[in-house]
Ligand binder design. Structure first.
Ligand SMILES: [Zn+2]
Length: 181
């Protein structure tokens, strides 16, 4: 496992990050499509299931899959952290902290399904911030505020400063600053 994490943050960082970013982007896009279905197309909430959810409705209605995705996302951000240096690391940590909270919210939702009892006397499993914001908007928001620092971190990782580039052990940097003396 330690060897895997080392490789993931060295020779595999560039491809690993691309694949991970692709998965995160696809999931975020599904949340955007769902919001579009409700607000622009006026579909009833229960039928607004993004793109994959139209073909596989159980994907959207299964709490354990939402929880599973939140865990995978948290583990992914954490796994790629060691390869991040300087400003990229700062932004990546912001994404990690926000995703940690997002994951707690999903753990609460999942716990209610397992316990067969909903918090706050609600009719459906309810997370803490859901007391103030509807689930669709809340999770679109969560995925957005995790995605943005990831993109900023990725940008600094792809375009590092010279001192940052010197500390990197991966091939992610798209252009190295050539020292001009
Ligand atoms: Zn890298």
């Amino acid at each position: 496992m330690k060897d895997f994490i080392t490789k993931l943050n060295g020779p595999w960082h560039a491809w690993g990050l691309r694949i991970f970013a692709g998965i995160v982007l696809a999931h975020w896009a599904e949340h955007l499509v769902q919001a579009y279905q409700v607000y622009a197309l006026g579909w009833p909430m229960h039928q607004a299931r993004g793109v994959l959810g139209q073909v596989f409705p159980w994907l959207v209605h299964s709490e354990v899959l939402h929880y599973g995705y939140a865990v995978v996302m948290l583990a992914g951000i954490w796994a790629f952290l060691p390869g991040m240096v300087g400003r990229a690391r700062t932004w990546w940590l912001v994404a990690l902290v926000i995703q940690f909270w997002h994951h707690i919210e999903h753990a609460l939702l999942q716990g209610q399904v397992i316990a067969g009892h909903n918090l706050f006397g609600a009719a459906v499993p309810t997370s803490i911030l859901q007391l103030w914001f509807p689930r669709l908007e809340l999770h679109l928001f969560y995925n957005t505020i995790v995605f943005i620092p990831m993109v900023v971190g990725m940008y600094y990782h792809l375009f590092p400063s010279e001192p940052e580039a010197e500390r990197m052990h991966c091939s992610c940097a798209l252009h190295m600053h050539v020292a001009t003396t």
